[in-house]
Design a protein around this ligand. Structure first.
Ligand code: MN
Length: 203
């Protein structure tokens, strides 16, 4: 069971920038809802595995992504803010921001502009794009786009048609069955060993 994080400040601690009423509703109702739903889905997934009953799996996976990402982003959001005492990027982070955005002002401008035009409900994030070795600003619609922020990939199967159609036509099951035979678990193991050695990133 995932437990709600505790806030590092009192409910009125962000005034006047973020009102007590807004924070209370956001934390006690909305964030709590995501945590409760995430835990509820975990129970349903456990039951599905136990009963070998996967009729509802598409719906459950979608909900896992939505609710789980809602939990992760809310925890980041609540930990990303604090009582109004001045703080700034470390020298190291600032150096990186200047390298990747040109200046701190450029970064703030891009971040704010991107945040302003997020379509419907969503987020704006500063992220470290590990594969490209650089900082990026990203928008996010809803919470997820079917991922869980912060996950490190271990094993992946390509389910685009180009990956199987020529050989398996529309028979995805057959493709998946066959694919299990070519999985390189040595690489998966290596990736898992490496990530276990990493310290948990401060959220
Ligand atoms: Mn929210």
């Amino acid at each position: 069971m995932h437990k709600m994080i505790e806030l590092m400040y009192p409910f009125n601690g962000l005034e006047p920038y973020y009102s007590e009423e807004t924070l209370r509703i956001h934390y006690e109702k909305l964030y709590k809802g995501y945590v409760d739903n995430y835990n509820r889905i975990q129970t349903k997934l456990e039951n599905a595995r136990k009963n070998n009953e996967y009729d509802n799996i598409k719906c459950l996976e979608k909900d896992l992504s939505f609710q789980g990402s809602g939990v992760i982003l809310h925890e980041l959001f609540f930990n990303n803010i604090n009582i109004p005492i001045p703080s700034s990027p470390s020298d190291e982070l600032m150096e990186r921001i200047i390298k990747d955005f040109g200046s701190f002002e450029n970064f703030k401008k891009q971040f704010a502009e991107a945040a302003k035009v997020v379509e419907a409900s969503g987020w704006c994030l500063l992220v470290w794009a590990n594969n490209f070795n650089k900082l990026e600003v990203l928008q996010c619609e809803k919470h997820q786009n079917l991922t869980l922020w912060g996950c490190i990939q271990l094993l992946v199967i390509d389910m685009w048609e180009h990956s199987y159609f020529l050989q398996y036509k529309s028979n995805r099951q057959e493709y998946i069955n066959a694919w299990w035979n070519i999985v390189n678990w040595n690489i998966v193991n290596k990736r898992y060993d490496t990530l276990k050695k990493c310290k948990k990133i401060v959220s």
